[in-house]
Design a protein around this ligand. Structure first.
Ligand code: ZN
Length: 272
């Protein structure tokens, strides 16, 4: 059965995120290990880490995921940006490892039109292997599909398949964001299974979409309030391998305060 979870805030300390998840009925959480809008990564103190692990252990939360900073772009056309991105993702992955999280979810990136698509795939695969090598352990590096457009890489299953094949690394996995797949006009999950292999997907970002199919835009909406709708979520929650995964909400919330109990309850009610 799908595990319903949500992105939650770490305001006031990492350990607070566990209680916030439990308050809204989440069974898995996603957090930022460090500020998502800065290059600089602040490593949590040993005490912060110990408190988080203790809270996690004594909670009903089954799994924790980290989301990387938005600035990192492994597809960047210039070497300096790629180097900076590798350093930032290494630091975020190191935090994931210390927190005993399943892994670090990151946006594959955009070439900004500066390099050929195939060259970008090779560059990203090499960078991912470097990041994983920099952080020995179990935490996975998880590529999130994009919403297409803007020279983004990784919005289609075949791109993610090519990246898995180039990297050949068991610590690299995939996250499917429903709103991004919808925006990118990649909402056929049989195609995902045929071209990527759904077994490579270890987590879902569960978001309805404010914008239409194939809009190549990324605007998340509360479950049932957007263009995807409840009936489709119900089908997806029962689909193949997806039905056994953690489903993490990244929605605006009915009070615009982020993922809330109402969204968690709606998703839970759609599980057969
Ligand atoms: Zn997402």
């Amino acid at each position: 059965m799908a595990i319903i979870g949500a992105h939650v805030s770490t305001a006031g300390g990492l350990a607070k995120a566990i209680a916030r998840g439990e308050e809204i009925g989440a069974e898995a959480i996603q957090i930022f290990g460090s500020s998502p809008r800065q290059w600089g990564v602040r490593m949590p103190s040993e005490q912060d880490i110990a408190e988080f692990r203790a809270a996690f252990k004594s909670s009903k939360i089954k799994s924790v995921f980290l989301h990387a900073c938005y600035l990192a772009n492994l597809a960047a056309p210039d070497a300096a940006s790629v180097k900076k991105s590798i350093e930032a993702l290494t630091a975020h992955l190191a935090i994931a490892e210390k927190l005993e999280a399943e892994g670090l979810i990151f946006h594959v990136g955009s070439t900004k039109g500066g390099i050929e698509h195939d060259a970008a795939l090779r560059q990203i695969a090499a960078a991912m292997n470097q990041i994983v090598k920099n952080v020995p352990g179990k935490a996975k590096l998880i590529m999130e599909n994009g919403s297409g457009g803007g020279n983004k890489v990784g919005s289609e299953p075949k791109d993610l398949r090519a990246l898995l094949d180039l990297a050949k690394n068991p610590r690299i996995a995939v996250c499917i964001d429903t709103a991004h797949a919808f925006g990118a006009n990649q909402f056929n999950f049989e195609k995902w299974d045929a071209e990527l292999g759904l077994k490579n997907v270890i987590v879902v970002h569960a978001n309805d979409s404010k914008v239409p199919l194939g809009s190549f835009k990324d605007r998340h909406e509360n479950i049932g309030e957007g263009e995807i709708g409840r009936a489709t979520f119900k089908k997806l929650l029962a689909y193949n391998h997806l039905k056994n995964l953690p489903w993490l909400l990244e929605v605006p919330g009915f009070d615009n305060m982020g993922p809330d109990k109402k969204n968690v309850d709606i998703l839970k009610s759609l599980i057969k």
